[in-house]
Design a protein around this ligand. Structure first.
Ligand SMILES: [Zn+2]
Length: 364
């Protein structure tokens, strides 16, 4: 089969390799649509900070060439290993990216989402930048006909938004700010709407993101390039600040994200006893003044991890049209060989006016 392998940073090649075989309890999926997350794209493109970079460096030193990346995908069950129940050849599915070890103390307690020794699709086992991918049946979730392949490939990021919004503990009528209106930000915006937020203020610097934000649920979609969002939020809340702020804009500036500066903005625009939920993955260190947080009793929260239920809920919300993913899927490229182009788009979303990462349609 054809599969992308990583030889070094900035050196990926489309190789012909052996197709994986279905071990007992595992399934072979034919990849239909795959997209690289912004983090994966940044690392593939030579980003040199953060945990993902360190992990990749370690893996490359030991195993290159190696199949890396590709955990956001939609596949079709192609072959079932022995003892697989509840799945059939032809089922369209997505996979939870982390596979619990089954033997650590948390796994033995049945709290697999807290497993301390997971195997991760696209990092510590081959991902879906290939024609076929092997995964344990236990991490597979079937997708209904109401969700198309492209939407299914976006279920994983949406599933990550669900615990974030739950942790925000939005009460009916709360004022909610979402900094960053990329895929995660728009996901949080839509879920905040479903959670009963009163006023939702979406903030981004890109005109296309601001436009989608107002279409998909924000009452006020603000361009931080044209106005000072802190000032606007103060005005919209009678000077009190927001009840909940989701910070989704932070992350590698090389991938077009804000670094850590939107975290300070979030802490400034949240009101007393408010919550700031850190959704963006920050690879760089961050200066925090604890007395500022203490002075306003700010809860600065890192979201819980997703579970199988979260994934199923994400699928259900898309299938029942309560969350809309299609307007965010701006770029679809046909054929695995289009990876370099997809990387280019995902790394330069502003230039290409992309919202979600560029998708690669492997099989239609
Ligand atoms: Zn475990």
């Amino acid at each position: 089969m054809k599969a992308w392998r990583v030889y070094d940073f900035n050196d990926m090649r489309l190789d012909d390799i052996q197709r994986p075989e279905a071990k007992p309890g595992w399934v072979i999926l034919k990849v239909r649509v795959v997209q690289l997350s912004v983090t994966e794209a940044a690392v593939a493109g030579g980003e040199t900070t953060g945990r993902s970079y360190e992990r990749t460096k370690r893996i490359l030193a030991q195993e290159a060439p190696v199949q890396l990346f590709g955990h956001e995908f939609c596949g079709e069950v192609f072959e079932l290993g022995e003892d697989v129940e509840g799945l059939q050849v032809g089922d369209r599915v997505v996979a939870m990216p982390e596979i619990p070890c089954g033997s650590c103390p948390y796994c033995l307690l049945g709290e697999e989402e807290r497993c301390v020794s997971t195997t991760i699709i696209g990092w510590t086992m081959p991902g879906a930048l290939a024609e076929y991918v092997a995964v344990p049946a236990s991490v597979v979730i079937t997708v209904s006909d109401a969700v198309d392949d492209s939407e299914a490939a976006c279920i994983q990021p949406l599933a990550n938004c669900i615990p974030a919004v739950e942790n925000g503990q939005i009460k009916l009528g709360d004022t909610v700010v979402v900094l960053g209106q990329g895929a995660m930000g728009i996901g949080c915006t839509q879920l905040a709407r479903l959670s009963g937020a009163g006023k939702i203020i979406g903030v981004d610097i890109r005109p296309e993101a601001v436009e989608i934000s107002s279409k998909l649920g924000a009452d006020y979609a603000i361009s931080a390039r044209e106005t000072d969002p802190i000032k606007v939020i103060r005005e919209l809340t009678n000077g009190l600040g927001a009840d909940v702020v989701f910070e989704t804009a932070g992350g590698s500036p090389r991938a077009g994200l804000s670094g850590v500066k939107t975290v300070s903005q979030a802490l400034e625009m949240v009101g007393k006893s408010g919550r700031v939920v850190q959704v963006g993955l920050l690879g760089d260190s961050l200066e925090l003044v604890p007395s500022v947080l203490a002075g306003k009793s700010i809860r600065y929260i890192f979201p819980d991890l997703y579970t199988r239920e979260t994934f199923q809920l994400a699928e259900h919300l898309v299938a029942t049209k309560r969350v809309s993913l299609k307007p965010m899927i701006t770029h679809k490229l046909k054929g695995l060989e289009k990876l370099p182009e997809a990387l280019e788009i995902t790394m330069n979303k502003a230039r290409s006016k992309a919202i979600s990462p560029a998708q690669i349609v492997v099989e239609e």
